[in-house]
Every structure is written in structure tokens, then in C-alpha cells.
Design a protein around this ligand. Structure first.
Ligand SMILES: [Fe+2]
Length: 260
């Protein structure tokens, strides 16, 4: 039997959190979504607060993944150690708070979710995500999961495509986050891994990656710029649905989603 797994692109600011609240519960029912992973690292623009993590969970998120702004909200640090449903990138130092992967119960058995950080063009010093993926996939509790999902939070399309091919046949789905621009390459790879280079973002639809065009333009024009602020609504939600054979863990189809 096939099940639908939803991955939602970077939720940006109040507009993104409100868009998730407005659309996610009904959309999950409409598409018969059984499991939902949301990248929440921009929910407070620079990181996510415990309050916004609670909001994402109450709107239908099963697991939150993060990225380069993982340490942006100091109030999250203690929560990362306590709450296994919020993942930070796995390829950070072992003594960093929180964990980079987890095994979660679902209606169709245990699901492993892994969060990785790209290294190409990123502003965080991290370990090799390819080697980290190998290490995680070797863990006994991960090996026994049929369904394994990976969020690779990275800037470079080349690194994300390479990781997709590296993981093909070993994980159920691998998607990219961070660039906030949805790509059109969503499809199962030859080995059965569902792949998309970037999910896109959830937040202001007419901004520059979620931020006010006026503020961003001041910077590009070389003018004195105020601190960046969130662009106003309307909002969009960008995501992908992975149709998965629950018996084999293989991905049967990938549908890119944009709701406005
Ligand atoms: Fe990011």
C-alpha cells in the first residue's frame, strides 16, 4: 500500500507560521498525508523559538528540521535536548545540543528522519554530510526502519544533487531546503529515492526569499540599509509530497506543491 509523506519548505516568520496554520490541516486531509516534516529554521527568521515550534506542531507538523540558523534563538537550546521531535543538523559537533536524526512512530511503522547541513557556500563550519549520512544509516535503530527521510539544508544545487545520487536506493526520500526557491526536478531517482533539489519556502509570496523587497534592494543598491524585515502577505506554502510504498520503502512519485 502507498502512503503520502509531506515535506514543507522553510517556514519564514509570522506570515509563514500563519500560512501553515491556515492551510496545513485541511491540505493534509485532502492529500491523505500520513507523516509531515517541516523545515522550521526561519520561523523566527533567524532560528525558531520554542513558542513557534509549538505552533508548528499544533498545525500538523510531526517533525521539525532546522539548518544554518539552528543557534539563532538561544531559547531553543534547552528544548533541543528535551524534544526529540526537533532535529538540528546531524553533522555538527557531537557535543552540540540536540540530535540530528530520530526514529518516530507513524501509522505505517517507524520512520527515520535525518537532518543534514550542506557545506558548500554555507556560513557554518560543519562535518562532511556524506560521511555523516553513512554513519547514521549504519546505526542499528536506523537500519530497521523501512522509511528513511533526509532534509539536506544547503545552498549549492550541485551538493544537493550529488547527495541525492549518493543516497539513491538507501533512503526513501531526500529533499533540499535553504534556498527558498522551489525547483522543478521532483522525481524518484533510478534506485527508488524520491528527490527534489529544493522544496521552496512557506511565507511571504511577493518578498525576496520572505523578506521585504525595499530592505533587500537597499543592500543590493549599496545604500544604507535598515535591518531586514518580513515582507507582508499574501503568503504561499511550498512543499513536496512523496508517495511511498510502505512495504519496500521505495518512493513511487514526487509531487511539488505550491499553495497561495
Ligand atoms: Fe537556511
Amino acid at each position: 500500500m502507498a502512503v503520502n509523506i509531506l515535506a514543507v519548505g522553510d517556514v519564514c516568520g509570522r506570515t509563514g507560521v500563519e500560512m501553515l496554520e491556515k492551510t496545513l490541516p485541511a491540505f493534509k486531509r485532502l492529500k491523505d498525508v500520513s507523516f509531515c516534516v517541516v523545515n522550521g529554521e526561519n520561523a523566527d527568521h533567524f532560528g525558531i523559538s520554542p513558542k513557534n515550534a509549538d505552533a508548528l506542531f499544533s498545525h500538523g507538523t510531526d517533525v521539525i528540521t532546522l539548518g544554518n540558523h539552528v543557534w539563532g534563538q538561544r531559547s531553543l537550546l534547552a528544548r533541543l535536548d528535551e524534544d526529540s521531535y526537533i532535529l538540528r543538523p546531524a553533522n555538527l559537533p557531537p557535543r552540540a545540543p540536540g540530535r540530528g536524526f530520530g526514529v518516530f512512530e507513524s501509522p505505517f511503522g517507524d520512520v527515520c528522519v535525518i537532518n543534514l547541513l550542506g557545506r558548500h557556500g554555507m556560513d557554518v563550519l560543519s562535518e562532511n554530510p556524506f560521511a555523516e549520512l553513512d554513519r547514521i544509516l549504519d546505526a542499528p535503530e536506523v537500519k530497521r526502519c523501512k522509511i528513511k527521510l533526509v532534509d539536506l539544508h544547503g545552498e549549492a544545487t550541485s551538493e544537493k544533487i550529488a547527495m541525492g545520487l549518493y543516497a539513491d536506493g538507501r533512503v526513501t526520500a531526500l529533499w533540499g531546503t535553504h534556498t527558498h526557491v522551489q525547483t522543478s526536478d521532483g522525481a524518484p531517482l533510478p534506485g527508488g529515492t524520491g528527490y527534489i533539489t529544493d522544496l521552496g519556502m512557506t511565507g511571504a509570496a511577493r518578498g525576496v526569499l520572505g523578506l521585504s523587497p525595499e530592505r533587500v534592494l537597499e543592500r543590493f543598491l549599496g545604500l544604507p540599509a535598515e535591518r531586514s524585515e518580513e515582507a507582508p502577505p499574501p503568503a504561499k506554502l511550498e512543499a513536496a509530497i512523496f508517495e511511498v510504498d510502505e512495504k519496500t520503502g521505495a518512493c513511487l512519485g514526487v509531487e511539488a506543491i505550491r499553495l497561495e
